[in-house]
Design a protein around this ligand. Structure first.
Ligand code: 16G
Length: 243
């Protein structure tokens, strides 16, 4: 309901009304919302007002626009708790989503100076470079480049393994123990190639995560650079106040 005499601006009231329809599932994720014209006619308000309400909801992540088509209800973001060292597949499964993977490339490369320092190997050491698109319920979530150290005898990591869970294979098939890791997270925007891989437009917001993970012998076994769609992924953390 829109109250024209309310001190609350009309664009705000309309945004709240649309939000409610999303929360009560009258509007479903992926569904196109009514056009600007329909809202202007239904509530007898101006197009500018409708546009302002919709823009606010796009900025808040409730809606997304597809140029030339319309405005749609966004999917709820998948939450990723920062505690614990988990892999993508187990993460998705534990939150009730179906993990999926598209292998973009799997190649042997030589560690450059930066990678050799991070993986604690000599520069020029052969390592495995694996590029994958990670999906949740068939929707692209992340584009990931993982460098795997020779610790694992890289020859043994096959495309078939890359299609499912690398962590699963390392632990269950190779009997390795993944112990700990360090991670950095940055807000950023998608470059052209990343955007193509993720099905978004160049310049859309993403989260860049770099992870170095180690085995129980304290040897780093992977450097992973992941680019997550910021509209589909949210990081959470539980905190305790130090006394
Ligand atoms: C996650 C990890 C990545 C790891 C992958 C293994 C982040 C930022 N990165 O994507 O380092 O290689 O999981 O997933 O979380 P998998 O076991 O499904 O192959």
């Amino acid at each position: 309901m829109i109250h024209k005499n309310s001190p609350l601006p009309i664009y705000h009231q309309l945004a709240e009304a649309i939000k409610k329809e999303i929360q009560t599932r009258q509007l479903l994720p992926g569904e196109m919302i009514p056009s600007e014209r329909e809202y202007t006619e239904k509530y007898e308000i101006s197009r500018m007002t409708v546009r302002q309400a919709v823009t606010n909801l796009v900025n808040e992540g409730y809606l997304y626009r597809q140029r030339g088509i319309g405005t749609f209800v966004a999917h709820q973001k998948i939450e990723h708790p920062l505690q614990g060292l988990t892999g993508f597949s187990e993460d998705m499964q534990s939150r009730g989503h179906e993990p999926g993977t598209r292998v973009v490339s799997l190649a042997k490369v030589e560690a450059d100076l930066e990678l050799s320092a991070k993986l604690e190997v000599k520069a020029g050491t052969p390592i495995l470079e694996l590029k994958r698109i990670r999906l949740a319920d068939a929707l692209p979530m992340a584009y990931e480049t993982v460098y795997l150290s020779k610790v694992l005898s890289p020859g043994r990591v096959t495309e078939e393994m890359a299609l499912t869970s690398i962590y699963g294979f390392l632990e269950k098939t190779f009997g390795l123990k993944i112990k700990n890791g360090s991670q950095s997270i940055e807000a950023s925007i998608a470059q052209k190639l990343e955007a193509d891989m993720l099905g978004i437009a160049e310049g859309e917001p993403v989260l860049r995560i770099e992870r170095i993970s180690r085995l129980d012998n304290n040897k780093p076994f992977e450097v992973a650079n992941s680019v997550y769609r910021a509209d589909r992924y949210k990081l959470t953390v539980d905190m305790e106040r130090q006394s």
